[in-house]
Design a protein around this ligand. Structure first.
Ligand code: NI
Length: 138
């Protein structure tokens, strides 16, 4: 297997958290953990480079006390009525909320919605769980 060597700048807090989780999972090689992290990134975002229809969910974590965040999240979902099947809202803590947005639609539209959600100030975390919808002939 051919490899490339690369150097990257990572904020200290992120590096510390990575190290902590890596150790908790029993990794002894940082390179191996970073390779697995890259593989994980590719796996969860693979849908974005496919074509056709994808289905699944977009999980969003946000602080509802951040001004405008709920309104913006609602507004963007009303722009994509045709690809959103339903949204579940879970109040996690006094200020933290989770939305699970169930999706089915064309990749280009899902990508636009995803990017819109990621760009909203106050949204802390967005994770897609999306898969290609293949309809087999007969
Ligand atoms: Ni809530």
């Amino acid at each position: 297997m051919k490899s490339i060597k690369t150097g990257i700048a990572i904020p200290i807090n992120l590096a510390k958290e990575f190290e902590k989780i890596m150790k908790a999972l029993g990794y002894t090689s940082r390179s191996k953990a970073i390779r697995d992290a890259i593989q994980f990134f590719i796996t969860i975002h693979k849908w974005s480079s496919t074509t056709g229809e994808v289905a699944g969910a977009i999980l969003t974590l946000y602080d509802h006390e951040e001004p405008g965040v709920e309104e913006k999240l609602t507004d963007i979902q009303h722009e994509y009525l045709d690809i959103i099947a339903s949204t579940m809202h879970v109040h996690l803590t006094e200020n933290l909320c989770m939305q699970i947005i169930a999706i089915r639609g064309e990749v280009s539209k899902v990508k636009a919605l995803y990017q819109g959600i990621v760009g909203i100030k106050g949204v802390k975390y967005v994770q897609p769980a999306l898969f290609s919808v293949h309809i087999s002939p007969e």
